[in-house]
Design a protein around this ligand. Structure first.
Ligand code: MN
Length: 226
């Protein structure tokens, strides 16, 4: 199947003044588009030619993995940004307060990790198989999907994400990126995990009692809980 560059959910100037239209035009229009085009040409005639993106990310290696993962990571990055005000769901707020103390403490921990991360890569908020929020860092194209974690938010700390606007000033980029965090997107991702705990938590029944209990419950009732 031919992979397609996602439509941005906003105009290229929508993130100004924090991320300029020029940055978006290069980052989305050149880098992100480049990964999509490269992926399409690399998979031609291979076992991955007809496979969906998540399958390729799970099983492919080297250039095919790198380009597929970068397509996924960038899709996730753009969706995680919003210039308009957003807010965490009650459920998300509860988890953030439980696992980080507060929204402010979460943001500061996330940004400190992002500022200190060496080289090119991605900073993630993920939810583990046990339902705990954690911050993870992945180098280059690597992505939590490959490791069985469920991502909720990501920040791109490759230099191409900020060099036009901030030159080498990654902390300045991060301070403004923080103002664009799309809490609705994170809340929606969390809700998807909650509505599909077996697939979402990526755990088999014999490893996690919580999932076994849920399977038992579903089999007894054979209904979708409201
Ligand atoms: Mn990027």
């Amino acid at each position: 199947m031919k992979h397609v560059l996602m439509e941005l959910p906003y105009e290229q100037s929508a993130l100004e003044p924090y991320i300029s239209a020029e940055t978006v035009s290069y980052h989305y229009g050149k880098h992100h588009a480049g990964y999509v085009n490269k992926l399409n040409s690399l998979i031609e005639g291979t076992e991955y030619a007809d496979k969906p993106l998540d399958y390729i990310i799970k099983y492919a290696n080297n250039s095919i993995f790198n380009n597929a993962a970068q397509v996924y990571n960038h899709d996730f990055y753009w969706k995680g940004l919003s210039k308009t005000a957003t807010s965490p769901s009650v459920k998300l707020l509860g988890l953030v307060e439980r696992d980080f103390g507060s929204i402010k403490a979460f943001e500061e921990t996330f940004l400190t990790a992002a500022a200190g991360f060496f080289g090119s890569g991605w900073i993630w908020l993920i939810i583990t198989g046990e339902g705990k929020l954690e911050i993870k860092m992945t180098s280059n194209a690597d992505t939590p999907l490959r490791h069985g974690d469920t991502p909720l938010l990501t920040c791109d700390v490759w230099e191409h994400a900020y060099y036009i606007d901030y030159r080498n000033g990654r902390p300045d980029y991060l301070a403004n990126w923080r103002k664009l965090i799309n809490w609705n997107f994170i809340s929606d991702n969390l809700a998807k995990v909650e509505n599909d705990p077996i697939a979402g938590y990526n755990q088999s029944c014999n490893e996690i009692n919580q999932v076994c209990d849920y399977v038992d419950y579903m089999q007894k009732n054979e209904t979708t809980p409201s």
